[in-house]
Each structure stands twice: as structure tokens, then as C-alpha cells.
Design a protein around this ligand. Structure first.
Ligand code: GAL
Length: 829
């Protein structure tokens, strides 16, 4: 055979392989699509606070069309008297009803049909055609109801009705949102099918050469006879078949069977935070050669341990967990789940170098976990903020006894195939931790987890179990912290996790010689983006004590964006990172918080309504400290200067630079050198102090005498023009996708105006799309997030446009008094 024909043969064989792999995976995809369809469209909604819990809806005449995921609270006015209080961002809850009509084709009569809710906040109750299906108090866990027995088929419509009771307030320490705020699905399967969360995939042995993959499948038989079938599990990598396993099975009528299959992957591609490689397992049930059910599971292959001396080891290499805590709200979009909005948050975190997410303090949206798998985050999946003892009057403490077991089991079953999850947290700052009861519950919860998953570590975000001697440090719960922490000593936890008390981290090996450590929550620094107090090198503790009313602070409820303000229980950003960085045995930390969130406006209360803790503000704009972390956690060259350069003549101003990949930074004011500075020892920034003079401030970073980066900030004149920048100008015409458009306010020469707070009005001139949110990151702002206009905060605001369903282009205009209207065109594809 000559070379050309040999080449042709190879190509031919490769093509056959390629097309058969594609074909089989395409076939599976279409079965999967029809198995679980999105059920978000066509809902009607009614909010009626006057209805008593036992009222029926027969007297409701006014229904509003809504699309779920839907959060009714986010569109409400901020109200100082709202019973949700500062925790709930002063927005209101209430009692809401949802209904939807749908038809089911005659040919589905022999199928099993279920409705799946990913999360409803809270106390949902569901009916189909007047049959009561059940209730679910927990607002964060997903659940499904089998609706097969109650359905009409053919032309007779069905009605589903959902009652959501978020009326009793307060029931949360942060903004929860209200309503069917996560996705809804309709699941249609054969009556012999893979159960709910019906696969469990683990990798008991992993090496470079080979990975053992154990797949446990639960098959339910809801038919009236015993069933014989073939169970096939096939592992795919990027659409290509890797390996497959087949078993003959018999399942008794009305029962289920768990089947274990062991497969092998040679030369596995390992999942890591930098290389998040994923495999897919496709489970098929075949009867007489015909596939009657297909179920897909994404999983990863990775080996890890928490070493007493070296910290977190992933695939044989130490990896420091550089994590952030996130609440579930999406800023101005509220709690309503949107995959792109979550992805944007995670992209912004990745860009800063973050490699870990803690889902504070509840089961997250499934979409967040899928994105963490795909993007490479080390997740601590948290279950509860409350056990038996409530923190707010109407919270989950009231449901604990009846529901905690089911809720925790469901979370583990739902989440245990995610490659990104490494730790289960059974609770956050649980009041019972100080008592024997806390130890008892801790052991009970740990057992619930371990009966379902032994491949991750169980932890709890405790309050510091170690008393801090240094009296300058005022701890939250200081009085009780002097007692031994019963949960820490209960044997329930595989890894000691506690919040704050960074002063004790370096004694960890002495205090807990046999248990590894994770700082479950740290820092709680406070900042308003773009606002600065001088001098910058004095630390402010705001509030002075956690349990004292805060009377200090700035009259306009701002907080300096220099890393100089912290809570009494927390630390400055630099302080905790230095300790974590210095000690290998500290596996890592989760900073409170990556993003600002709605509610908990510590140190202030009204008119502040959202947090100051974020490294990034509520609109998604980074605060300055973002660049400290970026300079430490990424290889990308960083030179970030703060503050802005618009001050009073002669005023003493501190200038900080965060930088990396360089030996020194030189600062110039109007071309005059103010000297070269170098970070010494553990320093994370350099600083100059100088009297303000208008003009150009310039910084140059150098390595070995060569310029690495240059940065310039100019004193800006009056606001004169708007600049619009979209994170993406092409989005999907799917009624879901979003474009986040930043408005920067510039002077006539194009300099950013760092103090501008002009009102900007938006309109969508053409095509199909919707303005779904506006924001500026100001925790005190009371303009509606759902409006079509917003003031800027320190030169910036944000507008979010959601795509319609028709392809083409849409044009967004932004107008502000005295300035020319600017437009930006988005393509919908
Ligand atoms: C922690 C708590 C968080 C948040 C934070 C604010 O104690 O776990 O939920 O309240 O304080 O600093």
C-alpha cells in the first residue's frame, strides 16, 4: 500500500469512528431532551397578602403572566418597615400563587410523568387538577412529584397550582427572594426508569495510568409486573465512547434495584481547578433491544486528600483553596436563577484567581454546581444555617424536626456526582455547637451524609472553637466561645472548619493535631466601590462590637475602599491571606464574600440595604482589593493604582499600588518622580503619601530594570459623555441569555469621572429584548432594580438586557441630561 492509500484508509476508519460516536451521542441527546423538558413558560402569578393560609384561590380573578424562574420580591420597593428587616434588604415577602395549564398527548398514557422544581422559596404546596401533591418548607432544595395518576390526556387540559408562602417574616438573615425562583421541569419516563438522582458515580482508585469508575444505578419499576431488562452504562469523553458495561437485571413490580458496575478508564484526564476535564456517563435501560430510558451524568476523575502538613492535595499536588463565599442572589436580578448571570459571577471570580466557592448557607442552584464543574472551582456544599434553634423567628428552625433528614439526604443525592464538590458543610455558625445537643445533631447529620457519600469530607462552619486570649479582639459570641465547642469535639467532622479567628490559625496543629483545617469563612472586610477615606493606613473596626448599635461611620453610609475597614470578628483582606499563604498546612479559605449581596448591610442599617462585604459590588464591578488578590493569585501582570485623582488642592492623599511580576513601582505626578517603592517581606501593596495637585498620576512597574506595565489616572473634568461596554454583544435569542452593559461616565476628554452620579435613562429602540435590571453597586440606593433608569455610583452603572426569541439585532440607548445619547447594538443569534 502506498502512502496515499494508507492515509485514505486511516482517514476512512477515523471518520467511521467519529460518525458512529457522534450518532450514538446525538441519539442519546434527543432521548434526554424529551425525558426532561423545561417547564418555565406559560405561568400566571397572583400575589395576595390578604389571603389567609387556608384560603382557596377560587376568588382570585387577577392573574399576571410571568416566566419562571421568578422572584416577586426583587421588583418591590425598599421599605424601612418591611418585616424582612435589614437581613432581607427591606424588601417584602408575601403569599403568592402560580398556575399553569398544560396538555399531555394521548400516547403518553403509559408513561410516568413527574413535575420537578429546582427550588421554591418557601413553604411551597402543589396541586395538580385539584389533587394535593405535598409541601416543601425548605426554599433551597429541589423536589419532584409524580403526577401520573392525576393527569388528563388529549384535549383535556391539566392545571397545576403552586402556593408559595413567604409571608411570615423575618425568616432569613439574608435576602431570600420569593417564589418559583429556580427552574421547573416536566419529566416523562417509562414506568421502568432510572430513579430520581438515580446514579452515583465514584472513582475509588485513580492514577495517571488508570481510573476505576464505580457506577451505582437505581432502577425503579413502577409497572404492574416484574421486569427484565439490560442496564448499559457507557462513559463518553467529548462525545467519544471510552468504555461500556452491560448487566441483565430483574426488578420486582413496585420496587427498585441498585446495580453496581465497575468500569475502567485508561490514561484518565484528571479534573482540577485549572483543568476541569469532565466525563459523561450515559445510562440506558433496554428491554428486548429497545432503549426505554436514557439518563446522563456528568462526572470527573480526581484524587484528593487533606493532608495534616501539606494542606489540600489534588491529583498529587498541593493546591491552596482560594475561595469565596457566595449567597444565591444575583444582585439586581434578585434570586431568580439565570445561568448566564451565575456564569458571569464565576467568570469575574476566576479572573481574580479564585478557585473555590462555598455555597453560603444552603443548597445552591444546580446550574451553579454544573458551572463549578465546568469552570474548575473547589466547592464546599453547605446545607444549613439553622438546626433546631432559630436565628430569626420564622426560619427553618421551625421545620427542622420534620424535614432536616429528608432535606439533607436529598441534597447529598442531588449533588454527589459533582466533580467540583470536595466538602459537605452540615451547618453555619449553629447555636447548638456549644452544647452536647450540638454534638449529637452533628453526629446524626454526619451519618446521614456518610450513608450516602463517603468520598468527601464533612465539616461545619463553626464559630471559633478556640478561645482567643488577645482581648483587643472582640469576637462574635465571645462569652460562649470561652466554653469548649462540643461540635468540634464530637467526632462528627473530618475537617475542622471555623469562621474568622484568624489569630488562632497558626496554632491549628497544636490545637487539632489529628484533623486538617479549612477556614470556612474569613475576613468580612467592608468597602464601598470608589469611595476613599484618609489616612488609609489606620484600621477601622466597624461596628465596634457585633452586639452594639453602630453610631460611628460616615454620614452618607459609605465605607472606604482602601483595605482598612473590618468587622470586629473579621480581618483586613491582607491579614488573613498572609496567614493562609504562609502556612502550607492551612488548606485554604473562603472569604466573606466574593460579591456583595442583598441584605445584611453591616455596619449600617437603613437606608443601607445591601452588603459591603463583597470584593465585587452588587452590580458586578470590582472594588480595588480585587486587584490585590489578582496580583497574588494569577500570573497575569497586574498594576492597579488607587484611589482616583480628583481631590482638593493640597489635600494629603495616599496612593496605593497593587502589583506583581515586577521588582518595583515608580510613581510620577505630572512627570515628576515621587520615588520608587518595593514590597518588602510579606507586603501586598506599596503606598505613597502626597499633597494633591491636579494632573496626571502615573505608575510604572519594572522587573530587572525593564518596564512591565504603566498606568495613568488623570484628574477628570465635568461629566460630559457616556460610554457603553457590553460583556457580550452577541447573545442567544432564547429568552434567557443576558448582556451586561456597563455605563462609564467620562469628561469631554474621555477621562473617567470617578465621582459622577448622573441619572442615566435607558430604552430599547428596536427588536425583541427586555431591560431586566439596572444597578450601580451603591448599598444605599433605593431606585428600583426593575426600572429603566438608574443613577451612577462613582462614575459607573449597569444595565442588563435579556434576549427575546427572534434572531436579529437590538439597540440599547442610554441618555443623561446634558450629554449626547449613546447606543449599543446587540446581535441575537
Ligand atoms: C458570619 C455569618 C455570615 C455573615 C457574616 C457577616 O458570622 O456566617 O452569614 O453573617 O458573618 O460578617
Amino acid at each position: 500500500m502506498n502512502f496515499t492509500s494508507y492515509f485514505k484508509l486511516v482517514l476512512f476508519v477515523a471518520c467511521i469512528g467519529f460518525f458512529s460516536a457522534c450518532n450514538s451521542s446525538l441519539k442519546n441527546e434527543s432521548i434526554l431532551q424529551s425525558r426532561k423538558i423545561n417547564f418555565n413558560e406559560g405561568w400566571s402569578f397572583h400575589l395576595n397578602d390578604s389571603l389567609q393560609d387556608n384560603d382557596t384561590i377560587s376568588n382570585i380573578t387577577k392573574w399576571q403572566d410571568v416566566k419562571v424562574p421568578h422572584d416577586w420580591s426583587i421588583g418591590m420597593e425598599f421599605d424601612e418597615k418591611s418585616p424582612t428587616g435589614h437581613g432581607g434588604a427591606y424588601l417584602v415577602g408575601g403569599l403568592g400563587w402560580y398556575k399553569k395549564s398544560f396538555k399531555v398527548a394521548e400516547e403518553k398514557k403509559d408513561k410516568r410523568i413527574a413535575i420537578v422544581f429546582d427550588g421554591v422559596y418557601c413553604n411551597s404546596e402543589v396541586w395538580v387538577n385539584n389533587h394535593y401533591l405535598g409541601k416543601r418548607p425548605n426554599g433551597y432544595i429541589g423536589f419532584e412529584y409524580n403526577i401520573t395518576p392525576y393527569l388528563n390526556y388529549g384535549d383535556v387540559p391539566n392545571e397545576i397550582l403552586v402556593k408559595v408562602n413567604n409571608k411570615n417574616q423575618p425568616n432569613s438573615r439574608w435576602y431570600s427572594g420569593s417564589g418559583i425562583y429556580r427552574n421547573v421541569w416536566l419529566k416523562t419516563t417509562h414506568k421502568l426508569h432510572v430513579g430520581q438522582w438515580g446514579t452515583y458515580i465514584t472513582t475509588p482508585k485513580v492514577s495517571k495510568e488508570t481510573a476505576e469508575v464505580r457506577i451505582e444505578t437505581t432502577i425503579n419499576n413502577e409497572t404492574l409486573q416484574q421486569q427484565s431488562a439490560t442496564l448499559v452504562n457507557t462513559i463518553y469523553y467529548k462525545g467519544e465512547t471510552i468504555t461500556t458495561s452491560e448487566n441483565e437485571i430483574n426488578v420486582e413490580k413496585g420496587s427498585h434495584k441498585n446495580v453496581v458496575q465497575n468500569l475502567k478508564i485508561t490514561n484518565p484526564k484528571l479534573w482540577s481547578d485549572v483543568n476541569p476535564t469532565l466525563y459523561k456517563a450515559v445510562t440506558e435501560i433496554k428491554v428486548e433491544g429497545e432503549t426505554i430510558d436514557t439518563y446522563k451524568t456528568t462526572f470527573g476523575v480526581r484524587a484528593f486528600e487533606f493532608d495534616l502538613n501539606k494542606g489540600f492535595i489534588l491529583n498529587g499536588k498541593p493546591v491552596k483553596i482560594k475561595g469565596v463565599c457566595l449567597h444565591h442572589d444575583l444582585g439586581p436580578l434578585g434570586a431568580a436563577v439565570n445561568t448566564r448571570a451565575i456564569e458571569r459571577q464565576l467568570e469575574i471570580m476566576k479572573e481574580m484567581g479564585v478557585n473555590g466557592i462555598r455555597t453560603a448557607h444552603n443548597p445552591p442552584a444546580p446550574e451553579l454546581l454544573a458551572l463549578c464543574d465546568e469552570m474548575g472551582f473547589i466547592v464546599m456544599d453547605e446545607a444549613f444555617d439553622i438546626w433546631e434553634k432559630s436565628k430569626t423567628k420564622f426560619d427553618y428552625g421551625n421545620d427542622w424536626e420534620l424535614w432536616h433528614k429528608k432535606d439533607l439526604e436529598d441534597q447529598i443525592l442531588r449533588d454527589r456526582n459533582h466533580a467540583s464538590i470536595f466538602m459537605w458543610s452540615i451547618g453555619n455558625e449553629i447555636p447548638e455547637q456549644w452544647s452536647e445537643r450540638g454534638a449529637e445533631i452533628g453526629r446524626e447529620l454526619s451519618k446521614i451524609v456518610k450513608d450516602l457519600d463517603t468520598t468527601r469530607l464533612v465539616t461545619a462552619a463553626m464559630n471559633p472553637p478556640i478561645h482567643i486570649q488577645n482581648k483587643e479582639v472582640t469576637l462574635q459570641f465571645e462569652d460562649v466561645a470561652a466554653q469548649p465547642n462540643a461540635l468540634a469535639g464530637s467526632g462528627a467532622l473530618d475537617i475542622i472548619g471555623y469562621n474568622y479567628a484568624h489569630q488562632t490559625y497558626e496554632d491549628h496543629q497544636k490545637n487539632f493535631p489529628k484533623t486538617p483545617f479549612i477556614a470556612t469563612e474569613t475576613t468580612s472586610g467592608l468597602q464601598t466601590r470608589g469611595y476613599y477615606d484618609f489616612p488609609s493606613d489606620t484600621t477601622k473596626i466597624w461596628p465596634v462590637r457585633w452586639d452594639k448599635v453602630f453610631t460611628e461611620g460616615n454620614a452618607d453610609n459609605t465605607v472606604s475602599a482602601f483595605d482598612q475597614v473590618r468587622t470586629p470578628w473579621g480581618s483586613l483582606h491582607e491579614t488573613t491571606w498572609k496567614i493562609i499563604k504562609r502556612n502550607d498546612y492551612l488548606s485554604g479559605f473562603y472569604i466573606w464574600t466574593g460579591f456583595d449581596y442583598l441584605g445584611e448591610p453591616t455596619p449600617y442599617v437603613w437606608p443601607s440595604r445591601s452588603s459591603y462585604f463583597g470584593i465585587v459590588d452588587l452590580a458586578g464591578f470590582p472594588k480595588d482589593v480585587y486587584y490585590m488578590y489578582k496580583s497574588e493569585w494569577t500570573e497575569e501582570p497586574v498594576l492597579h493604582l488607587l484611589p482616583h485623582w480628583n481631590w482638593k488642592k493640597g489635600q494629603l492623599v495616599d496612593v496605593w499600588a497593587y502589583y506583581n511580576n515586577a521588582d518595583e513601582v515608580e510613581l510620577f505626578l505630572n512627570d515628576k518622580s515621587l520615588g520608587v517603592k518595593q514590597k518588602e517581606g510579606e507586603d501586598l501593596h506599596v503606598m505613597w503619601r502626597l499633597p494633591f495637585e491636579a494632573g496626571t498620576l502615573k505608575a510604572v512597574s519594572r522587573k530587572d530594570g525593564n518596564v512591565v506595565l504603566e498606568r495613568e489616572i488623570k484628574t477628570a473634568g465635568a461629566a460630559a459623555q457616556l460610554q457603553l461596554t457590553a460583556d457580550r454583544t452577541t447573545i442567544n435569542a432564547d429568552r434567557n441569555d443576558l448582556s451586561f452593559i456597563t455605563v462609564d461616565i467620562l469628561d469631554k476628554n474621555g477621562n473617567f469621572v470617578p465621582t459622577a452620579n448622573n441619572l442615566v435613562k435607558f430604552s430599547l429602540d428596536e427588536g425583541n429584548g427586555e431591560i431586566v435590571a439596572v444597578a450601580n453597586g451603591d448599598p444605599t440606593n433605593h431606585e428600583s432594580f426593575k426600572g429603566k433608569q438608574h443613577k451612577a455610583l462613582n462614575g459607573k452603572c449597569l444595565v442588563v438586557v435579556q434576549a427575546g426569541k427572534t434572531k436579529g439585532s437590538i439597540k440599547l440607548s442610554a441618555a443623561s441630561e446634558g450629554m449626547e445619547t449613546e447606543t449599543i447594538t446587540l446581535q441575537l443569534k
